[in-house]
Ligand binder design. Structure first.
Ligand SMILES: C[S@@+](CC[C@H](N)C(=O)[O-])C[C@H]1O[C@@H](n2cnc3c(N)ncnc32)[C@H](O)[C@@H]1O
Length: 394
């Protein structure tokens, strides 16, 4: 991508005349001339690099909003629709399809249960809802198309919009989002579905879920107690889901929880040397696993101190890898949920195991668990294993 821009810059500077005029038009020579040569070549290179970036590169700011892109002539400062939400890649599509397919299975399966006269009230709760859309960037052009490489943006449906399109429909939708800008986009989206009961909440997912499950009709009691059933989607960027939130959902006994476990983020907190795991990392890991047992699980005493200076220092070494972290996370979820599915591993660029997607429920009814197992097995078969080993995009 950069080759074409760099090629031009280098060609230009190589072919530059030997003798130079200073910026003031004075002919110079010797070391002073060399300084001017170097300075002007640096200026040319800088300009060439700037052109390359202006032509091809996408600059993604800290909150992941794209500030430039697409065509050769587009400037880095181009503005982007504030509702845009760029994230994910090919694996994101797998995740969203697995969840959406399950939603269809779920609303169909519960349509006439427990009876045709009084069916369950079905809720869809998206606790990290985004905007309802997602923007994906892909490289287009290139040798095969006979055009220079360029980055293109595509608008795709996010989890909230996909859920709103599910037929048969849920009776209630709750979208929780921490970012005010994205929350406003969700409100706009809910306006498109005026026939549905959609509630948008702006705030932290952990706090809002606690409020929601403490308010009517969720606490047991009342005329239709126990008839509410929910699918909750926990789709964080990183380690944002608190253990007590998972416990709350498990204890409701009425929620099927799709949890995008942040495997890579957890592994990154596990420094290779035990001594390098500081208090912040320790607290984050204990929160995500709901126990401090990860220390025993992922660290072993090293065989021997390497030299005299190691004596007296912690010589525990990391024995964690993605498989071990995934298996430990699943065992931890099994301590609070009655059923936890096999994971769907989601791999990003170069096969990096970024997330593992689990379905967990606290439902105690054997018939319900059988049904859930059937629904999720289809998704694991379709999107797990080789299917999730998509590495393009992102
Ligand atoms: C991966 S995106 C979710 C995308 C969405 N599920 C979709 O498919 O369109 C994560 C979202 O969670 C939001 N978020 C981050 N931390 C949060 C928190 N503590 N509570 C609620 N939302 C949060 C981010 O603003 C972002 O929109």
């Amino acid at each position: 991508m950069l080759r074409c821009g760099w090629g031009k810059a280098i060609k230009g500077s190589v072919g530059a005349p030997r003798r130079w005029m200073s910026p003031e038009g004075v002919r110079t020579s010797g070391w002073k001339q060399s300084c001017i040569d170097v300075r002007s070549q640096v200026q040319r290179l800088t300009e060439a690099i700037r052109n390359c970036f202006t032509s091809y590169q996408c600059i993604i700011s800290s909150d992941c909003s794209v500030t430039s892109c697409a065509s050769r002539r587009q400037k880095m400062t181009d503005t982007v629709d504030p509702a845009e939400h760029p994230f994910g890649g090919a694996w994101t599509e797998l995740k969203l399809r697995a969840v959406a397919d399950y939603l269809v299975f779920y609303t169909r399966a519960l349509q006439c249960r427990p009876s045709v006269q009084t069916p369950f009230q079905k809720w869809y709760i998206d606790a990290f809802a985004g905007t309802g859309e997602r923007t994906e960037e892909r490289t287009a052009g290139g040798l095969l198309e006979g055009e220079p490489d360029r980055r293109e943006r595509f608008q795709l449906e996010g989890s909230a919009r996909r859920a709103l399109k599910v037929e048969p429909s849920f009776q209630h939708y709750v979208f929780i989002e921490a970012s005010e800008r994205r929350f406003r986009a969700l409100e706009k989206l809910s306006g498109e579905y005026a026939d549905k009961d959609v509630r948008c909440m702006c705030g932290d997912a952990n706090a809002e879920l606690r409020k929601l499950f403490a308010s009517a009709p969720w606490p047991r009691g009342g005329a239709r107690a126990g008839l509410q059933r929910a699918v909750v989607f926990l789709d964080p960027y990183g380690m944002n889901v608190r253990w007590e939130t998972l416990k709350l959902l498990a204890d409701s006994k009425r929620a099927d929880v799709w949890y995008l476990f942040p495997l890579h983020a957890a592994l990154r907190q596990l420094a290779h040397e035990h001594g390098a795991v500081d208090e912040t990392k320790r607290a984050a890991l204990t929160e995500v696993f709901g126990t401090a047992d990860w220390e025993e699980e992922f660290y072993r005493e090293a065989q021997e101190a390497r030299d005299l200076f190691d004596l007296g220092r912690s010589s525990r070494e990391r024995v964690a890898d993605p498989g071990k972290v995934e298996s430990f996370a699943r065992r931890r979820l099994q301590t609070i949920f009655t059923f936890v599915s096999d994971p769907i591993p989601l791999l990003a660029r170069r096969g990096l195991h970024q997330f593992s997607l689990f379905l967990a429920t606290g439902n105690e009814s054997p018939q319900a668990i059988d049904l859930i197992k059937r629904g999720v097995a289809a998704q694991v078969k379709k999107y797990g294993g080789q299917a999730s080993r998509h590495t393009s995009g992102h």
